[in-house]
Design a protein around this ligand. Structure first.
Ligand code: PLP
Length: 223
């Protein structure tokens, strides 16, 4: 595994306006440092504890993205530094993020996680639930968060047609909401979809941010 080469290959294959999040969960700090030395600045982790430990020892100009399912009671540990939270799928979580961000006098960017996969196991909100959140009057009171877009995880399958359908549905919804929903703490400009196996297809379907782990750092033994 050559992390630098892998990053170069991916960058050669994606448009410049697409942000590459290097998903470094379970990987040792040395691997992240190697990616950093090759120019990578955006890293994604799925456990708050692990992200905090890595944040503490790595350079401070790294942008840390929380991509995992959120436990509200742990939001406080990352509120002082997290750059973007991808996996928000409850209004109560937005309130907790707002509360913790306020303590640090920060505005934390969030993505609402949409359920696009056909599988039962994936977290996420239905499009109706997302609309309800975006239109709720309570949202305007959350002055220390900003909803900047949506995140989606497609079904774990090789079926390109199905993946295409799932990505395309979220992109269509995103494009509509982008025009409809504009307020101080809601400006939709980010669509986070696509992982190692499906990022090309996701980009064809409008993704502006891909979350790539194994194609950069090699396979993981556990998640
Ligand atoms: C692990 C993970 C990824 C990266 O998966 P790869 O297949 O290794 O690229 C992307 N998004 C989320 C939410 C993840 O948990």
């Amino acid at each position: 595994m050559n992390i630098k080469e892998n990053l170069k290959n991916i960058h050669n294959n994606i448009p410049e306006n697409v942000t590459l999040v290097a998903v470094s969960k379970t990987k040792p700090v040395a691997d992240l440092q190697e990616a950093y030395n090759a120019g990578q600045r955006v890293f994604g982790e799925n456990k708050i504890q692990e992200m905090v430990e890595k944040f503490e020892v790595l350079p401070k100009d790294i942008k840390w993205h929380m991509i995992g399912h959120l436990q509200s009671n742990k939001v406080k540990y990352m509120a002082n530094f997290v750059d973007l939270i991808h996996g928000v799928d409850k209004f109560s979580t937005l309130k907790e993020i707002n509360k913790q961000a306020q303590k640090h006098d920060r505005i934390i960017n969030c993505l609402l996680q949409a359920k696009i996969a056909k599988e039962d196991t994936k977290f996420g909100l239905s499009f109706e639930d997302i609309e309800e959140i975006l239109n709720s009057s309570e949202l305007k009171d959350l002055e220390n968060i900003k909803i900047v877009g949506f995140m989606g995880m497609a079904t774990f399958t090789d079926n390109q047609e199905q993946l295409n359908e799932e990505f395309s549905a979220l992109n269509t919804f995103f494009e509509v909401q982008k025009l409809k929903t504009v307020s101080k703490n809601c400006q939709l400009n980010t669509l986070s979809m696509g992982m190692s196996g499906d990022y090309q297809l996701a980009i064809e379907n409008g993704s502006t941010m891909i979350r790539v782990g194994s194609s950069i750092f090699g396979s993981r033994n556990y998640n």
